[in-house]
Design a protein around this ligand. Structure first.
Ligand code: FAD
Length: 491
């Protein structure tokens, strides 16, 4: 990988609030900052033996594939898969968990990035699965179309997004993997054959439950057919709020998209609502660049780096940041309002909880934050706000963390300069598990979650059928299968 700067293409809506200097922005990539992303690993290096080390976005996972393959067509993909002894697909390398880790063949999907079919009548778009979300959004917009709900950033590949159940916020939609989001999938199985699954065919209903959220363990997804909407604008409103008010269900019920970031050591949150509007774009690009890139990301990164040398200042820093949250409105293309630029790296754990547990999650997290800050044997000071999002329950996938219940996604983050975050994350995880939580597959988690999924064995049945010699196994799947704890740092 290329040497990177200390500024990293990065994270979270919180940053808009914690730096408190503006609301969300569209992704902006200046050359100096774009240079550090992992999302073009395959495109940058091309097919070769003895591939350069691969490092994920947050740099906790590193691997040294023997072979890097960057197919440009379905035929090339099928040939590569059939030939490989052991392989794993990588999208943009934005998972915090080692789910894309590959020792032998890494199949980078960057060059599988064409839109294959636009069906305006059915409002469906078929696209090659390596396409990056930001590029897909731009092409959809040019067609007058849009995805209904996306998450905090748009750098991921489409296959990577669905393979981990990535999500945005809003009770009208499920995750990227939700059955309402996806109409069809074409997947190359371990022997190189192509399996086409379509929700219109009753016999495909169950295989789709496995493939829509497949952890990259069932084959290499070649194409995805998404259900889409007409292009539209969203109006974002961000403001400082009391936690108790933010937890009132009316916010997530009455807004198209609602989420909030709670500042540690305080009872304050930065709330963000986003609602569909017919109003035209309302944005000041220069001010947005200064706020979003220079102040929210660069300045915030500098503050947290400095605080890591004297972590006990974090409670004061956090309180100070709450005073800087502006009351702000923006209107723009829907994807530009939902995703933003992240230039500060953080570790992250996210659990899907029954929606009624949102308040308890905040109480328990706050008590862990307080406990760790007063420990005589190695105090730890929380750095990032926790993020709270709301999602319609997923009925249709074996491995969806939001399966069967409307969900509050609660995430704990820690700036990478704060090295001793692991005991803190473990303590938070224990609390979230006790509330009935299930971890986001693409984020960090320690406890093996397979027992939380009644259909785990069914999922493995599809794996055995489609990949009988387990060519798609990797360290992540090995850990899941062993029942042991998961790994979150692999050099
Ligand atoms: C800054 C940041 C912000 C984030 N924000 C959000 C958010 O708002 N909401 C959310 O839910 N998540 C979020 N995430 C997590 C992220 O969306 C997921 O980890 C996602 O899987 C990353 O996509 P990727 O393309 O980088 O996939 P990778 O990390 O490259 O791979 C993820 C998994 O997909 C598999 N895979 C990739 N391509 C294929 C393919 N073609 N066929 C089969 N399997 C494949 C890989 O093998 C692996 O198992 C964020 C992560 C970061 C770093």
């Amino acid at each position: 990988m290329k040497k990177t700067s200390s500024l990293e293409c990065s994270r979270r809506q919180f940053l808009q609030g914690s730096a408190a200097l503006g609301a969300s922005s569209a992704t902006v990539a200046t050359p100096a900052l774009a240079d550090v992303t992992t999302d073009d690993y395959g495109a940058r290096h091309g097919t070769l033996t003895g591939a350069p080390a691969f490092t994920n976005w947050t740099r906790n996972i590193r691997c040294h594939p023997n072979v890097l393959v960057t197919p440009t067509s379905l035929t090339e993909l099928q040939e590569s898969v059939a030939k490989a002894k052991s392989m794993k697909a990588v999208g943009s390398g934005h998972s915090f968990s080692p789910c894309a880790h590959a020792d032998d063949t890494m199949i980078a999907t960057d060059r599988l990035d064409r839109i294959l079919l636009v069906d305006r009548q059915a409002m469906r778009v078929k696209v090659e699965a390596g396409k990056k979300l930001h590029a897909f959004n731009d092409e959809l917009a040019a067609l007058g179309l849009a995805l209904p709900s996306i998450g905090d950033i748009d750098r991921q590949s489409l296959a990577g997004l669905i393979s981990t159940g990535s999500h945005g916020t809003g009770m009208k939609w499920g995750s990227f993997s939700d059955q309402a989001s996806i109409q069809a999938i074409e997947i190359v199985l371990a022997d190189g054959s192509l399996l086409s699954l379509n929700a219109d065919k009753p016999e495909d209903a169950e295989p789709l439950m496995a493939v829509r959220l497949g952890l990259g363990a069932l084959g290499i997804i070649y194409s995805i057919t998404f259900n889409v909407l007409e292009a539209h604008n969203l109006e974002a409103h961000s403001w400082l709020m009391d936690l108790e008010d933010a937890l009132d269900p009316r916010h997530y019920l009455e807004n198209d998209h609602f989420e909030f970031f709670r500042f540690p050591f305080t009872t304050k949150v930065k709330a963000i609502s986003r609602n569909r509007t017919d109003k035209p774009r309302l944005e000041q690009p220069i001010r947005t660049f200064i706020d979003k890139i220079l102040l929210e990301n660069v300045a915030l990164g500098a503050v947290l780096n400095a605080a890591s040398f004297k972590p006990d200042v974090m409670p004061q820093v956090s309180r100070l940041l709450t005073h800087l949250v502006p009351d702000e409105r923006r209107i723009d293309r829907s994807d530009k309002i939902m995703a933003s630029t992240r230039l500060v790296r953080a570790y992250e754990m996210e659990y899907a909880l029954p929606i009624a547990m949102a308040k308890q999650a905040h109480e328990r997290h706050a008590s862990v934050v307080a406990d760790f800050s007063t420990r005589s044997d190695g105090a730890f000071f929380a750095t990032f706000p926790s993020e709270c999002r709301f999602l319609r329950g997923d009925q249709g996938n074996f491995l969806s963390p939001s399966q069967g219940q409307d969900t509050c996604f609660f995430s704990a983050m820690s700036h990478v300069a704060f090295k001793d975050y692991e005991p803190f994350f473990r303590a938070v995880e224990t609390e979230l598990l006790a509330l009935g939580g299930r971890p986001h597959w693409g984020k960090q988690f320690y406890q093996n979650p397979t027992s939380l999924y009644p259909n785990w064995t069914k999922f493995l049945g599809y794996r055995d059928r489609w990949d009988p010699t387990h060519k798609l196994k990797n360290i992540f799947m090995d850990r899941l299968l062993s029942g042991n704890e998961m790994l979150n740092h692999i050099a």
